[in-house]
Design a protein around this ligand. Structure first.
Ligand code: HEC
Length: 268
């Protein structure tokens, strides 16, 4: 058998292998894409409330930014996020950001830092409040949402606040004016430790917002922190549609190609 004929015989087989490889590759892409979109929601604890955030809801992100700057940025930085980047991603003008969302006198191109000094923080809270740039990735959105809704009055704590999700947290409830004052309902004291478990929480004195409105405010803040944890996610979400379209077209193409090659093979 000469080299020429051997080549001719092997050609359809080679083509088939290539088509197979392409099909495997496309399938692999699909699987990893599906894994990517679901992994974010995998790390949830059983007792967490659902945050219901929607990164596609720009108004929610804008409200979240406003709430964060008003109620959180006094203690927490977002040191990986620049004011300019936030403006671009959330559809805000430089003027809007500098007038309404920048309270530290930072320049437009600078990161969101905090003016609280570690000395003061140690004195007041016993520690420096952590930077929140990556908190949504560490804790997850449902955790943040639940945490912000779980503060209750507790006279035994230094600042008068405790948290059902994060017991003895040193952070005072930043949103009490909106939520109102929440009290805990305790269960039977544990015989060994004498501690009474927190069974439920109840707003006993209403705040500026009703329950639904407050939930939405917390959802907005959570969405904003989710965005801050991965600013590229906004772009990726809008790109996702194109990726799906591309994959669909690619699958069709691969199918037609396979069809074409098999026609050759059947003739032999
Ligand atoms: C008065 C200062 C102060 C304000 C205002 C404040 N925090 Fe905190 N925050 C703290 C401190 C202190 C801690 C550390 C708590 C601990 O570890 O005991 C903390 C912890 C946290 C954590 C948990 C971090 C971890 O350890 O996983 C989150 C999430 C958080 N804050 C979010 C917020 C959000 C959102 C706001 C605004 C709605 C806010 N904080 C407002 C002081 C503050």
């Amino acid at each position: 058998m000469t080299e020429m004929t051997a080549h001719a015989i092997h050609r359809p087989v080679q083509k088939m292998r290539i088509v197979n490889k392409f099909a495997t590759f496309a399938a692999g892409l699909l699987v990893s894409f599906a894994a990517l979109t679901t992994s974010a929601s995998a790390a949830e604890g059983g007792h967490l409330m659902q945050s219901g955030t929607d990164l596609g809801d720009r108004a929610s992100l804008q409200r979240g930014a406003q709430l964060f700057m008003n109620y959180c940025s006094g203690c927490h930085s977002l040191k990986y996020l620049r004011y300019s980047r936030m403006a671009e991603d959330l559809g805000l003008t430089e003027e809007e950001v500098m007038n309404n969302l920048n309270f530290t006198g930072a320049k437009f191109g600078e990161q969101i830092q905090v003016s609280l000094t570690p000395d003061h923080a140690n004195q007041w809270f016993g520690k420096m409040p952590p930077d929140l740039s990556l908190i949504s990735r560490v804790r997850g959105s449902d955790w943040i949402y639940t945490y912000l809704k779980s503060f209750y009055l507790d006279e035994s704590r230094p600042l008068g606040w405790n948290n059902k999700l994060f017991p003895n947290a040193s952070m005072p409830n930043p949103l009490w004016e909106l939520q109102g004052l929440q009290h805990a309902e305790f269960g039977e004291a544990d015989k060994a430790t004498g501690e009474r478990p927190v069974l439920g929480l109840k707003v006993t004195q209403p705040g500026h917002q009703g329950a639904e409105e407050f939930n939405q405010s917390v959802r907005d803040i959570t969405a904003f922190l989710e965005y801050a944890g991965e600013p590229a996610a906004l772009k990726r979400q809008s790109m996702g549609v194109w990726v799906i379209l591309f994959l669909a077209m690619f699958t069709l193409l691969a199918y037609l190609l396979k069809h074409e090659y098999w026609r050759d093979v059947d003739k032999h």
